[in-house]
Design a protein around this ligand. Structure first.
Ligand code: ADP
Ligand code: MG
Length: 379
């Protein structure tokens, strides 16, 4: 049990019992890719895989953190961004961000154990931040309303760690609810809890980690983002979010650059697919979202050009093996594929993808089924 691992790590490092355990999940984005920085829509849900923080008190101004994924504990006081580096920067960043928001952060000893795979696009970083943030808020009895928490965790990652990510990951890890997907408007930051009861519909999501090495991710991400921002400027709108599907043909006719046209088409159609998905889920038509998931993948493959052969083959194979829909999830260039399948089809779909990977000589994939779990909480 991952909770036992966290407690054992705490005992070993600090020779004491933790005061409590806090959990925060990784997340999967059901649909809405590269729409966040275009001020559009995303629809993540929380994974059953969580990061656990076993936490106990320490003297004021002193923090020590260890992780079952790392050899050494790291101790720090109140720091400024950049002073703690490496994995512990995510934790020092949360302390800094909470303090910077005007809160008196309690000193703490923290032991981390996680079942969210690191660096696979399932947001182990936000799970780490959110578990620590929730623990420090509860331990210190701080008055930080739920809706203010994602931005505090995001600043830890953006400003302290220096990773320019949107607010999707932290919102999902903190605000998701069991059996729900989280509709997030990336302009207003308004959220809506969308019914997403897979089990009741006889369905599951199969996550297939392509285990493809991530290459060129940062450079390509920056390039996509610049193209989108340049397109919005040329079109005279604040962000591509402001273009609706029925304006698309007119808008594309105004752009000279063929690559830019395709990038715009992805973002505009993807926003529409998120809204369509939400509509279907509101009326319990879970299976019917399948074609939207697949259309999202085709758009990422052909228009946004962020897929790699490993994820394309996983999607094609899953569909051939009976999935109702499948798409790459996350920023691209590797990472995970999600497939909407009937409960009980997981073994057959997994075997088909494993066989296809073996034939291509790819590193074998890792696959498991998930349903929508709860957000960050004390256990
Ligand atoms: P992702 O969020 O997709 O998993 P990131 O690169 O954003 O990938 O974050 C992964 C990084 O977060 C790791 O390299 C490590 O620095 C930190 N991290 C996440 N979980 C843990 C953990 N359980 N223990 C130590 N560091 C962690
Ligand atoms: Mg991350």
């Amino acid at each position: 049990m991952i909770t036992d691992d966290a407690v054992a790590a705490f005992r070993e490092e600090f020779g004491a019992e933790p005061a409590g355990l806090w959990a925060a999940p990784g997340r999967l984005n059901l649909i809405g890719e590269h729409t966040d920085y275009n001020e559009g829509f995303v629809l993540p849900f929380a994974l059953p895989q969580r990061t656990i923080a076993a936490v106990g008190p320490a003297p004021a101004g002193e923090w020590t953190v260890c992780s079952t994924s790392e050899d050494r504990a790291v101790a720090f006081g109140l720091t400024e961004p950049g002073q703690v580096t490496g994995w512990a920067a995510y934790v020092a960043g949360v302390v800094w961000s909470l303090h910077d928001a005007g809160h008196e952060v309690p000193g703490a000893r923290i032991a981390i154990a996680s079942e969210v795979p690191l660096g696979s696009g399932l947001s182990s970083s936000a799970a780490l931040e959110s578990s620590v943030l929730t623990a420090l808020i509860d331990l210190g009895g701080l008055d930080v309303p739920l809706e203010k928490r994602p931005a505090i965790a995001q600043r830890a990652e953006n400003v302290y760690v220096g990773a320019p990510t949107g607010i999707l990951d932290q919102s999902a890890s903190i605000r998701c609810q069991e059996g729900k997907a989280l509709f997030l408007d990336c302009r207003s930051y308004e959220i809506d809890q969308i019914p997403f009861d897979l089990a009741a519909a006889g369905l599951a999501i199969l996550v297939i980690n392509s285990n493809a090495p991530h290459q060129h991710v940062d450079g390509e991400y920056g390039a996509r983002r610049r193209t989108c921002e340049e397109a919005a400027r040329l079109l005279g709108v604040p962000a591509l979010r402001d273009i609706t599907g029925d304006q698309l043909d007119d808008v594309l006719a105004r752009l000279d650059d063929e690559v830019m046209r395709r990038r715009v088409r992805h973002v505009v159609t993807e926003d529409d697919r998120v809204l369509e998905t939400v509509k279907l889920l509101h009326t319990g038509q879970v299976r019917e979202i399948g074609p939207l998931l697949t259309a999202s993948h085709v758009s990422m493959r052909d228009d946004f050009e962020i897929t790699v052969p490993q994820v394309d083959i996983a999607v094609e194979t899953a569909l051939r093996a009976g999935a109702h829909g499948a798409r790459m999830t996350g920023g691209g260039f590797g990472g995970c594929v999600l497939a909407l399948i009937d409960t009980g089809a997981a073994d057959a779909v997994t075997a088909a993808v494993e066989e296809a990977y073996a034939k291509e000589g790819f590193t074998p994939p890792t696959a498991w089924t998930v349903t929508a779990g709860p957000g960050a909480t004390q256990l």
